[in-house]
Design a protein around this ligand. Structure first.
Ligand SMILES: Cc1cc2nc3c(=O)[nH]c(=O)nc-3n(C[C@H](O)[C@H](O)[C@H](O)COP(=O)(O)OP(=O)(O)OC[C@H]3O[C@@H](n4cnc5c(N)ncnc54)[C@H](O)[C@@H]3O)c2cc1C
Length: 320
């Protein structure tokens, strides 16, 4: 980067847009975010969120993104007010688990298989490890504060087209999640709806995630007095209105594992759209005189790869 600091337009204020915007603003760029939803209203705010093994492509790049993000979350867990902390917990399955472990499990230094007595009833295999948990509403607030402190500007404003964005700035970063389907006409991005039930935490400190191919599972993630319960995955669904039957199913599955959840007061039911894509789209496109850096399509792992993707997007944006 040289000369006068470049002006950059970031579209989107979920975890992808905010993290990229923070890095660009802290590098001295004059950054404006335009977003239809404020950070607390995005899909990112709905995520659990846990850093764990990821199921995104392209594999060679996503492992590097996950590794970089893991390192950053470990640092943030030591800083008060970020919403990030480390927690021990269990990932378990009712079916046998593949013997080959994904590359990123090497970062889990205390990873070990569960003893049979550590598994909930009906589960046949599992593993325990300490992982970063991210309390998304607090974390997005932290990123927003950090962005503003670096001089960034955040506007609620829908970007109707890439031409509109290119007309505003010579450098644009597109972090629109499922919104990319409309903004850039990418039919390869599909919503996979997820719903969480947030309850008052009766005192659970560990996380739990059930591995399941069925589209319905039990999971819980503690964030102080909030406990985020999941989960479901419903492809092609767009309606972000919480479904009472889904809530009842989540509460029932979680209470089978932790009976004290049967009476936990429900604080809210929240719905988000995971931006599933065959492959994360993180690349440059030249469009009407502007350099457009796309950073979207992170499926169910957008938090877990956010720092790695943001570093690459920021480099692509400022690489002359
Ligand atoms: C229930 C659930 C649980 C999840 N759990 C995890 C987890 O444990 N770990 C994990 O890593 N990931 C998890 N995810 C996935 C993660 O939430 C997503 O991958 C991530 O939030 C995507 O972030 P994003 O910033 O790319 O998109 P989003 O958060 O969707 O943000 C997109 C932004 O673009 C804006 N936008 C869109 N179109 C326009 C436009 N035309 N003009 C202006 N603004 C626009 C939106 O308003 C929004 O601000 C979960 C998701 C769900 C739903």
């Amino acid at each position: 980067m040289s000369g006068r600091s470049p002006r950059v337009l970031v579209i989107g204020a979920g975890v992808s847009g905010l993290t990229t915007a923070v890095l660009l603003a802290e590098r001295g760029c004059r950054v404006r975010i335009r977003t239809t939803e404020y950070p607390g209203e995005t899909t990112s705010a709905v995520a659990g969120a846990i850093w764990g093994p990821i199921s995104l492509a392209p594999r060679d790049r996503t492992v590097a993104w996950a590794r970089r993000s893991h390192g950053r979350f470990l640092e943030l867990a030591n800083e008060p007010g970020t919403g990030v902390h480390l927690a021990l917990g269990t990932v378990a399955s009712r079916e046998p688990i593949a013997a080959k472990r994904p590359e990123e499990t090497r970062l889990m230094t205390d990873l070990r298989a569960c003893e049979p007595g550590e598994l909930p009833h009906g589960f046949t295999a599992g593993a325990r490890a300490t992982l970063p948990l991210i309390d998304m509403p607090r974390y997005l607030d932290y990123l927003t504060r950090r962005f503003r402190e670096a001089g960034g500007e955040l506007l609620r404003s829908q970007v109707p087209s890439l031409s509109d964005a290119a007309g505003e700035s010579r450098i644009v970063v597109n972090c629109t999640g499922v919104g990319a389907r409309e903004l850039v006409g990418d039919a390869g991005v599909l919503p996979v709806l997820g719903q969480h039930v947030v309850v008052e935490n009766p005192g659970i400190a560990e996380y739990f995630v059930e591995l399941s191919e069925s589209g319905r599972w039990a999971s819980y993630m503690p964030h102080g007095d909030r406990l985020v319960l999941g989960g479901v995955a419903v492809p092609y669904a767009w309606d972000r209105v919480p479904d009472g039957e889904v809530t009842a199913g989540i509460l029932r599955r979680c209470a089978e594992i932790r009976p004290e959840l049967r009476d936990a007061p429900v604080r809210e039911e929240i719905v988000g759209l995971r931006p599933r894509s065959e492959s994360v789209r993180l690349k440059v496109e030249h469009y009407e005189g502007a350099r457009i850096v796309h950073n979207y399509g992170h499926g169910g792992d957008g938090v877990a790869v956010s720092w790695g993707c943001a570093h690459e997007a920021a480099e692509l944006a400022t690489d002359e």
